[in-house]
Every structure is written in structure tokens, then in C-alpha cells.
Design a protein. Structure first.
Length: 205
């Protein structure tokens, strides 16, 4: 792809670094911005810059937040005694889109995967255990991707929770084994939440 401007080429190369964006799509986006008023492009640039420099992570659940605590944890209408354990922020967004869950979350930041060099110490597991002990949580719902790594993570955390009196469940297998939450349709994900199962039945299935 030949460019008559190095500025244009640099912009296209930067957009092409985004996931799912090829050179042709990147060029289309850059040319679109060139057609816009300078003020609009500056606002776009400012919003992205502020997002990267000012965004925080919730001290309680590790969700993205504007302050120390995210809007979900700060919402008194949510069931604070219920925690849904997920792998990433994308999973929170997927579950929230179903409008079927009214509790809080805890983002692990990944799942246990020895082949990828990811162990329990690299995830937000200890903070989850401490949170449950401190807040007297009544139910912990695992909403991890249904695959070997997800099952391993559930098993590990479940073992750490054995001394505690807490109901531990997982979303039903309406989500196909090997699938990913963020790509599940909202109805399937909603039903999986509503029909959650005790973890013992899930892990030993």
C-alpha cells in the first residue's frame, strides 16, 4: 500500500495495530477522520488520551472505574452479598447486557493456564478470598469460559473456599464447552445465569 504522505501512513499504521483492524479498514478510518472538522478530531483524540491516562481499576472488584470504586460496586441497589467471578472486563460487559444479574463482580484478570505460564499468584484470587471473608458473601457465582482452563481455575478457588460457609455455583452449560462468554448471545447467557448449578456437580460432570 503506497502513501503520498508519511503522516497519513503513520496514522494508518497506528490504527492497524488495533485488534481486528487491517490496513484497508485502518485507511478507511483515517480518511474518515480527515473529512471531519478539526475540532471533532481533537475531541476524539482528547477522549482517547484521557481514557488511557485517567481511568482506574476498582479497588474492590478490579473493574474499570472513574474513581477508586466502580459504579457497580457503589450501587446500593445491587446485591452486595453476591459475587460473580469472571475472567475479564469483557465478560462483565457481556453479562450486564443480559440485564439478568443484579449482584457484584470480581475480575480475576485471566485464568489458570500453566502452558501459558499463568499461575494462581498472577490472578486476583487472594483478594477474592479476602473479600469474601471480610464482606460475609452469601453466594459466589463462577462465570468463566467453559474450557479446561476455566474448570481448573474453578477447582482451585473452590478448594481455597472450603473452610468458608458460602454457596458456590456456576453458570449452566448453556454455553458450549470451549466457547467464550463474550461471544454468547444474550438469551443463552441469561439462561445460563438463571439456571446456575452447584460447583460440585459442574466440576465432577
Amino acid at each position: 500500500m503506497q502513501f503520498s504522505s508519511s503522516l497519513l501512513e503513520n496514522a494508518v499504521n497506528e490504527f492497524a495495530k488495533l485488534p481486528g483492524i487491517g490496513k484497508k479498514t485502518a485507511l478507511r478510518l483515517v480518511l474518515h477522520l480527515l473529512k471531519q472538522e478539526k475540532g471533532g478530531v481533537q475531541q476524539f483524540s482528547d477522549v482517547i488520551s484521557r481514557m488511557r491516562s485517567e481511568i482506574k481499576f476498582c479497588q474492590r472488584c478490579f473493574n474499570v472505574a472513574d474513581g477508586d470504586i466502580c459504579s457497580i460496586c457503589a450501587n446500593s441497589m445491587r446485591k452486595q452479598e453476591m459475587i460473580c467471578v469472571v475472567e475479564s472486563i469483557r465478560d462483565v460487559i457481556a453479562i450486564e447486557s443480559t440485564q439478568q444479574y443484579s449482584g457484584t463482580y470480581h475480575i480475576l484478570g485471566g485464568i489458570i493456564s500453566p502452558l501459558d505460564g499463568i499461575g494462581p499468584d498472577q490472578l486476583n484470587i487472594e483478594s477474592l478470598v479476602h473479600r469474601i471473608q471480610k464482606e460475609k458473601t452469601e453466594e459466589l457465582i463462577f462465570a468463566l469460559n467453559p474450557n479446561i482452563q476455566g474448570d481448573t481455575t474453578i477447582y482451585y478457588i473452590q478448594k481455597k473456599l472450603l473452610p468458608l460457609t458460602i454457596r458456590v455455583t456456576t453458570i449452566a452449560r448453556g454455553i458450549a464447552f470451549g466457547g467464550e462468554l463474550e461471544y454468547a448471545d444474550e438469551m443463552t447467557l441469561a439462561r445460563s445465569l438463571q439456571n446456575r448449578l452447584p460447583v460440585e456437580k459442574y466440576v465432577n460432570h
